[in-house]
Ligand binder design. Structure first.
Ligand code: FAD
Ligand code: NAP
Length: 316
């Protein structure tokens, strides 16, 4: 029986592992289906992690995290978790992709979430070289330049407003003439002189060279237009990695919100005792490395306190 199972080895999972083991838990395993580091390892430039003064790649930022986290006894298993189940004695069973199982007294879920891709030509080729899914991360690189935002939901409109504070102009491209975003947000966008709406429009392709993206070909009401902008921010929805919480009957192990994000309190506790969630998978996450790491530390401290206080396991 493990003291603690951590699912996911991004900034949240690694920090949870560091704090749990340094805080005295002995049998702690972090299940990560790939190499530890998480989605930030795809980023070519990170300049907002406190204490790291140079602009670094995501790989460089995360290089030391596994080594530091494992210094205090954290074990890493490169395994995909298929499902987390709760047992009648209050413990959890971790079901792994290779068919094996492991029991744990407590679990921290740190599986993150992934922005959806829109599917236009050049999107993958220029991802990180002009195509971005994170305005907080990359907006500053376009200070006083023109950029485009794709999408018509709350995220696209809120991020367009955020970007308008930094860049000289935002082209907001949306495939319909009605927005999904809240009316108050739509009104703020409409009133912002730095945002130009391109409605009933789609992105055909982005183009550029090996140095990065140079422009976007959009189609609007049957006509093509060339927007010479070096960046496009794609906000067309999120996939929350919550499959591990789905039970055999299709229900979720703990409460999730309308978008499938895990609902937690300020101590990262879900509504199931012993089950915690941290990082991008949780509701209201800021979706930043520093925030995910903070969540991981909080969740680990809560898990230590939970394990110290459970006493004898409840008989089935
Ligand atoms: P993740 O980093 O997503 O880690 C989740 C981990 O769980 C992954 O490694 C995944 O393989 C693993 N996993 C998922 N499911 C399973 C399973 N079933 N079994 C086992 N393992 C599983 N943030 C910033 O602060 N600054 C930036 O400049 C910045 N730039 C970004 C650029 C890009 C291109 C991207 C994509 C993100 C960027 N972010 C940035 C956001 C930041 O990466 C995330 O907020 C942060 O990584 C979230 O950490 P996490 O640990 O919650 O989740
Ligand atoms: P969303 O609401 O699903 O909106 C996605 C947008 O992208 C839609 O406008 C959609 O167009 C468009 N889109 C989807 N696929 C596309 C494609 N392939 N090409 C071009 N456009 C595409 O996603 P979200 O904005 O990330 O929001 C997710 C949820 O979080 C929402 O329910 C939202 O309300 C919520 N949220 C809330 C807040 C807040 O309350 N402050 C902030 C952010 C997010 P169509 O409209 O035509 O479908």
């Amino acid at each position: 029986m493990l003291d603690l199972a951590i699912v996911g080895g991004g900034p949240a999972g690694l920090t949870a592992g560091l704090y749990a083991t340094r805080g005295g838990l002995k049998d702690v395993v972090m299940y990560e289906k790939g190499l530890p580091g998480g989605q930030i390892t795809q980023s070519s430039e990170v300049e907002n992690y406190p204490g790291v003064c140079e602009v670094v790649t995501g790989m460089e930022l995360m290089e030391c995290w596994p080594k530091q986290a494992m210094r205090f006894g954290l074990q890493h298993q490169m395994q995909e978790v298929k499902r987390i189940e709760r047992n009648c004695d209050g413990t959890f069973t971790i079901k792994l992709a290779d068919g094996s199982e492991q029991k744990a007294k407590a679990v921290i879920v740190c599986t993150g979430s992934v922005p959806k891709r829109a599917g236009f030509e050049g999107e993958d080729q220029f991802f990180g070289k002009g195509v971005s899914t994170c305005a907080t991360c990359d907006g500053f690189f376009y200070k006083d330049k023109e950029v485009a935002v794709l999408g018509g939901g709350d995220t696209a409109l809120e991020e367009a407003l955020y970007l308008a504070n930094i860049v000289s102009k935002v082209y907001l491209i949306h495939r319909r003439d009605k927005f999904r975003a809240a009316p108050a947000t739509v009104e703020r966008v409409m009133k912002n002189p730095k945002i130009e709406l391109l409605l009933n429009a789609s992105v055909k392709r982005v183009y550029g060279d090996e140095r990065g993206m140079e422009g976007i070909i959009i189609e609007q009401e049957g006509k093509e237009r060339d927007l010479k902008v070096p960046g496009i921010f794609v906000f067309v929805g999120m996939n929350v990695n919550n499959d591990v919480l789905k039970q055999e009957d299709g229900s979720f192990l703990c409460s999730v919100n309308h978008w499938g994000e895990v609902i937690v309190d300020l101590r990262m506790r879900t509504d199931i005792p012993g089950l915690f969630a941290a990082g991008d998978i949780r509701a209201d996450a800021s979706k930043q490395v520093v925030c995910a790491a903070g969540d991981g530390a909080t969740a680990a401290l809560s898990a230590i306190s939970y394990i110290e206080n459970i006493g004898e396991l409840r008989p089935c």
